[in-house]
Design a protein around this ligand. Structure first.
Ligand code: DOR
Length: 448
């Protein structure tokens, strides 16, 4: 569905992945990739291959799909580019990312989205799908050129003003109607701006102690409720970005129990699954993010909602920032955190280790569900013969210490700095080609 199809076939030749465990179950098998697809799957395959990847014990999962990545190109290439973000994505196990529209200029027209898509294709490490803005210039006053972006060679299907809430309910209604006509999705940054003037942190005791203006949870919950009703009324598709409050999850659970028109989906970020506003006491802007880190109860509620399927998927909200925008006092710092290279490990720590999700569940929330929400037909597919070879191999025993300076790109703003995290992406195969192996990317036309 996602318009202009990329060729499935890549020039990776025949690649044999030795001794992997699809979805972490059963005895190890070999997996042969040829012409961009899974060509054979079985124990001790006796085949010739151009390349053999010894992956003993690795868990094989469908390549990850991120519905929420900030790539900063055009405009803030000092923080991230399509290329550096693609590197981070490949290293993180991703085979497709959706690049948010809050660039400079804003991705609210065909020219910008075509540029982003073209750059993604040129880099060739991961499928880069541009997200189009819902409103012109993210201004919230009139709709962007949604049709032109959908019809462009970037074939945009996901639209979002992320970073800003589309506040006017009439515009949300129109956007749902319009995108619904061609199978598109409106991804809402749910946050009533009138309830969050000057907000700097989750509204609660920790923010109050530091004298920071609060982001109350109902600012999110009330917009989600309103927009679900508009999706039901119009029959359009609504996707709720970065759910941060357990109250939102409760509402979504109730909404999904009803028989309504329209389609509602939701994502949660890795950081909202692990971190809380207790970190405010460090006064370290690396923990500043929008929506904010909230309470233990919220983390618990979000984990349960992800496990039960009330929240469909994990999306990183990967938000690289240049040093001068982050390494300053809290109120001046930009909100946002790196996420592409740590998402899998954080999910394992927050969900797999506590027994809330198994590897099949990881495949569901990192790959299958986001591909379905965005209408991608070549991602999030089962690991079976004949399917596109978009694969992430995970070393389940790998432990590593996160250091921002060792992550891809120039930005270092990880909230997991110094943490020892479990599980590591060992290799990524995108369209049949090895794009990352053992911590190094392999650009098209040569290994590096
Ligand atoms: O923390 C955030 N940073 N939240 C957003 O919604 C936008 C993002 C950014 O663009 O930096």
């Amino acid at each position: 569905m996602n318009g202009v199809e990329r060729p499935t076939e890549e020039s990776g030749g025949r690649v044999l992945l030795r001794s992997v465990r699809p979805y972490g179950t059963g005895d190890p098998v070999d997996l042969l990739v040829e012409n961009g697809r899974i060509a054979a799957l079985g124990a001790d395959l006796d085949v010739e291959a151009d390349r053999v990847v010894h992956a003993e014990g690795a868990v094989a999962l469908p390549g990850f799909v991120d519905l929420h990545t900030h790539l900063r190109e055009p405009g803030r290439e000092d923080a991230e580019t399509v290329e550096s973000g693609s590197v981070a994505a490949a290293l993180g196990g991703y085979t497709a990312v959706f690049a948010m529209a809050n660039t400079d200029p804003v991705a609210d027209n065909a020219i910008v989205v075509e540029h982003v898509r073209r750059r993604g294709d040129e880099v060739g490490l991961v499928d880069v799908h541009p997200v189009g803005a819902v409103t012109a210039g993210l201004g919230g006053a009139k709709l962007a050129e949604i049709g032109a972006m959908a019809r462009s060679s970037a074939a945009v299907r996901v639209f979002s003003d992320d970073g800003h809430c589309v506040d006017d309910p009439l515009l949300v209604r129109r956007a749902l109607e319009y995108t619904g006509a061609f199978g598109g999705v409106v991804a809402q940054h749910a946050q009533d701006p009138r309830l969050t003037p000057g907000a700097q942190a989750h509204e609660g005791g920790n923010a109050a102690r530091l004298g920071l203006a609060g982001w109350p949870a109902p600012a999110e919950e009330s917009v989600v409720a309103r927009d679900c009703m508009l999706a039901g009324h119009t029959g359009g598709s609504l996707h709720v970005c970065h759910v941060s409050s357990a109250g939102t999850a409760d509402f979504l659970s109730w909404w999904r129990s009803r028989d309504v028109r329209g389609r509602v989906s939701a994502e949660v970020t890795p950081h909202h699954l692990l971190l809380t506003d207790e970190l405010l006491e460090t006064y370290d802007p690396r923990y500043k993010v929008n929506p904010p880190l909230r309470t233990d109860d919220d983390v618990r509620g979000l984990r349960e909602a992800l496990a039960s399927g009330v929240i469909d998927c994990v999306a990183t909200d990967h938000a690289p920032h240049a040093e001068q925008d982050k390494d300053c006092e809290w109120s001046a710092a930009r909100p946002g955190m790196l996420g592409l290279q740590t998402a899998l490990s954080v999910l394992v720590r927050g969900m797999v280790r506590p027994g809330l999700l198994d590897w099949r569940g990881v495949a569901r929330v990192l790959s299958e569900a986001p591909a379905r929400i965005a209408g991608l037909t070549d991602q999030g597919r089962p690991l079976e013969v004949g399917e596109p070879a978009n694969i992430a191999l995970v070393d389940p025993e790998g432990e590593w210490t996160v250091h921002g300076t060792e992550l891809a790109g120039t930005a270092v703003n990880t909230p997991f700095e110094g943490m020892v995290l479990p599980a590591r992406v060992f290799a990524t195969i995108s369209r049949g080609r090895v794009t990352a192996l053992d911590g190094k990317v392999e650009p098209r036309g040569g290994r590096s």
